[in-house]
Design a protein around this ligand. Sequence first.
Ligand SMILES: [Fe+2]
Length: 411
Amino acid sequence: MWQNQLIRMVSPIRERGVMMSEGNRCPETVFSFHIPSDVVFGDGEVERLPGIIRGLGSHHPLVLTGRTLCRTEVFRSIRGILDSSGIRYGVYDRIEPEPPVESVGAAVDLARSGGHDLMIGVGGGSTMDFTKAAAVIAPGEMDILDLVGRDRIIRKGLPTIMIPTTSGSGSEVSPVAIFTFAEEKVKKGIVSPHITPDAAIVDPELTHGLPPRVTADTGMDALIHAVESFLSVNANLLSETLSLAAVGHIAGSLEKAVKNGRDAAARRMMSLGSLMAGMAFAMAGTAAVHALAYPLGGEFHVPHGAANTVMLRQVMEFNLEGNSVKFARLARSMSDDAENIPDTDAAFLSIDRMTELARNIGVVTRIRDLGVPVSAIPGMAEAASKETRLLSNNPRPMNKKQIEEIYRKAW
Ligand SMILES: [Fe+2]
């Protein structure tokens, strides 16, 4: 009886040709995930911040933000909400873009000396990642360098609330924090369910004032999260559903949001797509596009979304082998033109559509256009080949020689 129910439940997957392991245990229907317990989405919903702070038992939060954002109307409006709530709070406003790992110490010192009991990250991925690391270190004696890697954290830190002001990183719902290691010229991640935020407030109105360049770069990052999590060997039925919907939302709204930042409907769909992509990669991870993009960020300080975009086409073409059915599904979530054509044609169309979208919004698609010399390729291939956390998610294994070839084709 139970067996029959299980077989009925997985039969659509059998039809899609997914391999079943012994005992009918289908890897796509076995998963666990960890996201914030409180995710609030909607225009104007940032007004709910004081209630969420109180709900987490905090009396004295620390708000963390970047040097640029702290001077904007968005940040002033959040301060206004807190001021009128009567909550006593502190501000740390010195976070750099793509922050070096050692910079977290100053915020931790402020949190400790000020007796803060919760951290609120207001900004893009860099600010939210910084906030996650500061919150986990603040209550104890841990050194941030000991936390780098997967599952190196043994307990939760201060509670956190994330308020993204871009539609890109998905960091508000992910267990990942990425830092630049200047001496090694690389980026590395801290990955642990203990840094997943306690609450996320995704208010699309906060993104209306983003400049077109930032909208474009961060939007491409969100698209690539959706695509890479969909193709990941660790994807499951839930993450795939989120990934595909995110691809559709982002492909349908990114160009509009870049061309008119005040297009509320486009901003809403970008925020939703970015959130869904973040939930998907919190489960399935990202893969080789991110792995090969990190050396461009670590050594040449290329913004994260732009670095991902120059690697996208060549990594996708490499991954196509053996995966055309999934690529065709990607194409169909982006474009009606892919509906009535064979899977192999649709698969190539998916790659063309992504490249086209990047060009339409002015994000460069070749490494040479970023000012990175061709002589840097062997070093970048060496660094990228060490990103095993990401490469192990890739649908097709990739060795150092293949990575170098991909860089050359993408240059
Ligand atoms: Fe990313």
